[in-house]
Design a protein around this ligand. Structure first.
Ligand SMILES: *Cc1c(COP(=O)(O)O)cnc(C)c1O
Length: 371
């Protein structure tokens, strides 16, 4: 087997050996041991968002997008509701697309991919458009790595008596987002990003009263969060085959998350990783898309180097040979590539990655990463 690569990507990402080992046991989906483990995982997910009591965590089989679609489909009423999506990248556009596919009234405001969405522009829009009942925002827009001011957004949405959906996929577990400080109707995230579990499960943390009122609203049987929640309430079981190994891996990942000091500890390791990545790449001439004050410690977008000897495919392959998988750009405005700093990676891995970039540039005959 080739050397197992480290994933410098935004998910799936590098997991610990112990998280992978947690999948070596088979669990019966109706076994009391699995039911207890599953209930523990859901409670802990809810606690990370400071949602105990008022909120409930409901998982869905599948990737993060399944959870986002379940969230919108279940909690955005079919009638007398309109969603406003704040867009500054591909995941914002995906929220709009989901609402359109579901046939729900939706509108959006758009900013460029290198700037956060603007709370004051949102406030202005909400005060003059009373047809909007719900707002959706992406916490860290993984397209560029930009951090959106979710706390300010939430306060405006609450003050103007609307309800907020948050796509917290790439930030959940690494950046604080607590129900007490950031009032939200529901947020969606997944097992395979900053919680450092394996892919296969998305989840929504939803206001319990709103979820209870959403019976019959969903467009889908499998993606009905109310139905899924009722299933757990009835007997602790998933309605349809659960991703048992993914749940077991997530239980282990949450133990490791707690051992690291929760959101504060994990966020600090990622910020340290980001520091090494930024300093190292800038030292080689590369330039970032974003200004540092709006850069989340999740993934960094680098502008494509101008040197004609630089070829992204060759760069990607040479990095892969050295044991690092990087990520192509997803920007619509500029040619770029991305490197993540999340997952089970520490300073030594980030330094090794910078060294690999340096060696690769030498091999390609690229003098500088300057755009
Ligand atoms: C990863 C991600 C998603 C979900 O993508 P999937 O490929 O369905 O897991 C949604 N929103 C954001 C911001 C993400 O980073």
């Amino acid at each position: 087997m080739d050397k197992v690569p480290l994933l410098l990507t935004p998910g799936p990402l590098t997991t610990s050996a112990s998280v992978k080992a947690a999948m070596l046991r088979d669990w019966g989906s109706r076994d009391p041991g699995f039911i207890a483990m599953n209930a523990g995982v859901l409670e802990r997910l809810c606690a990370i968002a400071g949602g105990q009591g008022a909120h409930v965590a409901v998982p869905v089989q599948g990737s993060g997008t399944f959870a986002v679609e379940a969230m919108i489909g279940t909690l955005l009423p079919r009638r007398n509701a309109k969603l406003l999506v704040l867009v500054n990248g591909a995941y914002g556009h995906r929220l709009v697309k989901i609402a359109q596919v579901l046939g729900r009234p939706v509108d959006f405001m758009e900013w460029t991919e290198d700037e956060p969405v603007s709370p004051s522009q949102l406030a202005e829009r909400l005060s003059r458009d009373m047809s909007i009942t719900h707002v959706a925002v992406v916490h860290c827009e993984t397209t560029s790595g930009v951090l959106n001011p979710v706390e300010d957004i939430a306060k405006i949405v609450q003050a103007q008596r609307r309800l907020l959906f948050v796509d917290a996929m790439s930030s959940f577990g690494a950046l604080p987002l607590e129900a007490g400080k950031v009032p939200f109707l529901a947020l969606a995230a997944s097992s395979n990003k900053c919680l450092e579990g394996v892919p296969g499960l998305g989840f929504v943390i939803a206001d319990q009263t709103a979820l209870a009122a959403a019976a019959g609203n969903a467009h889908s049987l499998a993606l009905d969060l109310h139905g899924q929640w009722q299933g757990f309430a009835a007997n602790g079981q998933w309605r349809f085959t659960p991703p048992t190994h993914v749940v077991a891996a997530l239980a282990q990942a949450l133990d490791e998350f707690d051992a690291e000091g929760g959101v504060a500890g994990r966020g600090q390791r990622y910020r340290d990783n980001l520091g090494v990545l930024l300093a190292g790449m800038r030292g080689l001439g590369f330039r970032t898309l974003l200004a540092d004050d709006v850069q989340a410690p999740i993934i960094v977008t680098f502008r494509m180097p101008a040197d004609p000897a630089f070829d992204f495919q060759a760069f990607y392959q040479a990095m892969a040979r050295r044991g690092f998988l990087i990520y192509p750009g997803k920007l619509t405005v500029a040619d770029s590539f991305r490197m993540g700093c999340i997952g089970r990676l520490d300073l030594s891995h980030m330094k090794a990655a910078i060294l690999a970039v340096q060696e690769t540039m030498k091999e390609m005959g690229v003098a500088s990463g300057a755009p």
